[in-house]
Design a binder for this molecule. Sequence first.
Ligand code: AKG
Ligand code: FE2
Length: 160
Amino acid sequence: MGQGLVGAIHGFRETEKSRWSEASRAILQRVQAAAFGPGQTLLSSVHVLDLEARGYIKPHVDSIKFCGATIAGLSLLSPSVMRLVHTQDPGEWLELLLEPGSLYILRGSARYDFSHEILRDEESFFGERRIPRGRRISVICRSLPEGMGPGESGQPPPAC
Ligand SMILES: O=C(O)CCC(=O)C(=O)O
Ligand SMILES: [Fe+2]
């Protein structure tokens, strides 16, 4: 696990999955086509995170050692709010409403210069709108760090 994430996620279980049904593979291929460039190699397994209704993710930047330039996450079941905050200027922030079935893509400045977090139920508002949190499952694809071949990732982190 990347150092950035230790202790960042509360109320969860997770797995790394590399074998998928044909139907799921078709969906993952759409995610990959939308989010990743032809020059990007993906981590060999996909990260599946199951957050309970009271679970949440504290602000963090995914490890630059274990994860490359792009993070793409498919959200399932409960809607949630993801907040991005600039690491050098906390006054610069934005929130994303992650509807079930939606895909977010963090790359460029959003990947490196902003932390991301998933708000806990008590704080789960999108603007004025209350977004009650239930169980949420996310399916997260990440690229490998630049210059790292698929066989060189060492211990694949359960999460970045
Ligand atoms: O659940 C998500 O969509 C994000 C998870 C996350 O930030 C992480 O595993 O690093
Ligand atoms: Fe993350």
